[in-house]
Write a protein that binds this ligand. Structure first.
Ligand code: ATP
Ligand code: MG
Length: 306
C-alpha cells in the first residue's frame, strides 16, 4: 500500500496529530514518563523471548552480548532503545532483522518464529549503504527491482516515497550531489518503498547537524503517523529517544539486559526543546549514566591493567 493510499482511520492507536498550539497547551502536564506501564494486549509485531546471544571473540572466550532479553513491540509502536556503547543495541537490531541468530530464546514476528531475513523487516544502517553509481530514483527502486517488481510499479512507488520524503525533485541526482540529511531521506525512502512492516533504524541521525536532525525528526514522525509502520530506533541521544518514542528501553552495560522501560506519555508532535521532553530525558539519563560509568570503568580499567 502506498502512503497516499493509506486511510487515516488505519493509523495505529496512539498516533496523534495534535497541532502545535495543542501541544503547548498540553505540554505543561507534569506527568511525563510512566515507567513500567502494562503493555497493550494484542499479538506483538515483534517479540524477543528470553534472548541470549554470545559471540565467540577469540580462541579463549566468548562474549555475552545480550542476556535474557524479553521485549514485545506492538504493531505501529515507535520503540527507542538507548544504552552505553557496546551494550548490544546494534546486535539486537541485527537479530530482529535476521542478520544474526540468537544463542538461546526466540524471535517472533506476528507471533511466528522469524526465519532469517525477510522483506517484512528492514534495517537502515548508520552508513546508509546508498549506491553512488545510481541516481536517487534508482536507489529507491533498488529493493523493488531485486524483488522482481515491474518497471511501471517501481517507478510509481519510488515517486510516491520520494514525494513522502520531499525529494522528488532530486530524483535524477546522484548521491554525492546531496547533503547528509538528504541522503538520510533517500535511505528512508528506499527502506519504505519495500513496504516493510518493521523499520529498524541504527543511530540514523547521529552524524547530522542539529537543525537537519530536528527536521528529520519531524519528517520521521509524520511518515510514521501516515504509514503506521512499527519502528525500532536505536540512539545514544536520550532526548531524541523521548522526542520520538512511545516507549524508551534502557539497556545495561555488557551484557545487555533490559534495565528499565519508560512509556512516554506526551502529546505529539513533540520537539527536542519542549520542557517535558527535557525533563523526561533527564530522568532516563540519570539511569543511563550509571551504565556509562560502568562501561568507562571496564574500559579504562583494562587500559591501566596492561
Ligand atoms: N561480530 C562480532 N563478533 C564478536 N563480538 C562482537 C561482534 N559484534 C559485536 N560484538 C561485541 O558485542 C558487544 C555489543 O556490540 P554492539 O555493536 O551490539 O553494541 P552497541 O550497543 O551497538 O554499541 P555502539 O553504541 O557503540 O554502537 C560489543 O562488546 C562488541 O564488541
Ligand atoms: Mg551500535
Amino acid at each position: 500500500m502506498t502512503p497516499t493510499a493509506r486511510n487515516a482511520a488505519e493509523a495505529p492507536a496512539g498516533h496523534r496529530t495534535a497541532s502545535r498550539s495543542g501541544l503547548h497547551a498540553r505540554a505543561s502536564r507534569s506527568l511525563v514518563v510512566l515507567p513500567g506501564r502494562a503493555p497493550v494486549s494484542t499479538t506483538p509485531k515483534v517479540s524477543l523471548n528470553d534472548i541470549c546471544l554470545t559471540y565467540g571473540v577469540n580462541t579463549k572466550g566468548r562474549l555475552i552480548a545480550l542476556d535474557h532479553i524479553n521485549l514485545h513491540v506492538q504493531p505501529g509502536e515507535f520503540l527507542c532503545i538507548v544504552g552505553p556503547s557496546g551494550c548490544g543495541k546494534s546486535t539486537l537490531l541485527h537479530l530482529v532483522a535476521g542478520l544474526h541468530r540468537q544463542t538461546t530464546g526466540e524471535v517472533l514476528i506476528d507471533g511466528k518464529a522469524a526465519q532469517g531475513t525477510g522483506t517484512d523487516r528492514i534495517l537502515i544502517f548508520q552508513e546508509l549503504g546508498l549506491f553512488p553509481w545510481l541516481t536517487v530514483q534508482q536507489n529507491v527502486e533498488f529493493g523493488l527491482r531485486m524483488a522482481g517488481v515491474s518497471k511501471a510499479e517501481r517507478e510509481s512507488k519510488a515517486a510516491d516515497y520520494l514525494r513522502l520524503v520531499h525529494l522528488h525533485q532530486f530524483r535524477d541526482n546522484y548521491i554525492h550531489q546531496l547533503s547528509g540529511g538528504m541522503r538520510q531521506r533517500v535511505a528512508l525512502a528506499r527502506a519504505l518503498a519495500t513496504e516493510p512492516d518493521v523499520l529498524l533504524m541504527d543511530e540514523p541521525f547521529a552524524a547530522l547537524d542539529a537543525q537537519t536532525r530536528d527536521l528529520l525528526h519531524d519528517e520521521l514522525e509524520r511518515i510514521w503517523a501516515e504509514t503506521g509502520r512499527t519502528i525500532i530506533f536505536v540512539t545514544h541521544n536520550v532526548r531524541e529517544a523521548v522526542r520520538l518514542g512511545d516507549r524508551v528501553v534502557l539497556l545495561t552495560f555488557r551484557p545487555g539486559k533490559v534495565k528499565r522501560e519508560y512509556h512516554v506519555d506526551l502529546p505529539r508532535p513533540r520537539h527536542l526543546e519542549d520542557v517535558p521532553v527535557a525533563t523526561a530525558a533527564r530522568e532516563i539519563l540519570g539511569e543511563l549514566r550509571e551504565e556509562i560509568n560502568k562501561s568507562l570503568e571496564a574500559e579504562y580499567g583494562n587500559e591501566t591493567n596492561r
